[in-house]
Design a binder for this molecule. Structure first.
Ligand code: PMP
Length: 286
């Protein structure tokens, strides 16, 4: 079955989905994105992703190409047209294609922003990695200072992933001033003496939609949550660790820089939070 992709108002087979070489996403990474998970043909936390998209757009003075209601309809239409049961929907908005390459933003009345969405079929609920856990390395955080905006400039996170792969690991946690900011494409957590510790929200990290949901569920389950920066040394000495993101939900981390955490197997807190997250988000999926 050929994948059907949405490009600026049209649903087309993927080999016909095209954007201009003058698109500012291509030339300047002048664009933002969202990834929304799909389970049993339904979208998880669409409202949260739509809200964050609006914020990313507004922080960059970029016009929303469609209303958030229309965006929901496009997501639903793609799920139906691609018969997507489980996986993700990737969405990207760029500042459109100007007549030439120019650092200055074009007039939004003359150059409309561009909107592309496509589906990615993938088994995410029954991920084998959730049973074995991830191995991470630590690397310096060399990204720009507005990590709260979900831009498509993902070169450093891609390099981090490659550094992890080269070390025989799954991902990299990024470090600034001795403290963990986040994973290359996820938020980072440690558990010590029953307390869940994760970095507080600021411009230093992406405000994960899964993070917000997981912390809400943890508090509802009477777990203790501390939102503060933690050092990499604290992480290596933790009882357990995990990450969250829309495409991995809650995923245990069992090793940091070659040092196993606890007994080197996925921790109980991570397993419980994964279960709660899956149960609760299924209930509110649309
Ligand atoms: N931090 C970074 C740097 C990310 O790229 C992502 C996922 N895109 C996250 C955190 C997790 O965000 P979410 O839970 O909204 O997927």
């Amino acid at each position: 079955m050929t994948r059907i992709v949405y490009v600026n108002g049209d649903y087309v087979p993927e080999d016909q989905a095209k954007v201009s070489v003058f698109d500012r996403g291509f030339l300047f990474a002048d664009g933002v994105y969202e990834v929304t998970s799909v389970l049993e043909g339904k979208l998880l936390d669409f409202a949260g992703h739509a809200r964050r998209l609006e914020r990313s757009l507004s922080e960059l003075d970029m016009a929303a190409p469609v209303t958030m209601d229309e965006l929901l309809e496009i997501h639903r239409e793609l799920v139906v047209r691609n018969d997507l049961q489980e996986g993700m929907i990737y969405l990207q908005v760029t500042r459109g294609a100007d007549a030439d390459r120019d650092f200055a933003f074009p007039d939004p009345d003359k150059v409309p922003s561009s909107l592309v969405l496509f589906t990615q079929a993938k088994s995410i609920a029954d991920s084998p990695a959730a049973k074995t856990g991830l191995k991470v390395i630590s690397i310096e955080d060399q990204r720009w200072a507005r990590r709260d905006i979900k831009t498509v400039q993902l070169l450093y996170p891609s390099m981090g992933k490659m550094m992890a792969k080269a070390a025989g690991c799954d991902d990299a946690w990024m470090i600034e001033d001795g403290h963990v900011t986040e994973g290359t494409s996820n938020n980072a957590y440690i558990v010590k003496d029953g307390k869940i510790i994760t970095r507080h929200l600021s411009n230093d990290i992406l405000h994960g939609i899964t993070r917000a949901a997981v912390l809400r569920f943890a508090k509802e389950a009477q777990m203790v949550v501390e939102e503060r920066a933690f050092t990499i040394d604290e992480a290596k000495d933790a009882d357990e660790a995990f990450i969250t993101s829309a495409s991995t939900f809650v995923m245990p981390v069992v090793e940091i820089d070659g040092a196993p955490l606890g007994d080197g197997t996925p921790g109980r807190v991570a397993a419980r939070l994964r279960e709660i997250y899956l149960d609760e988000s299924r209930k509110t999926a649309v």
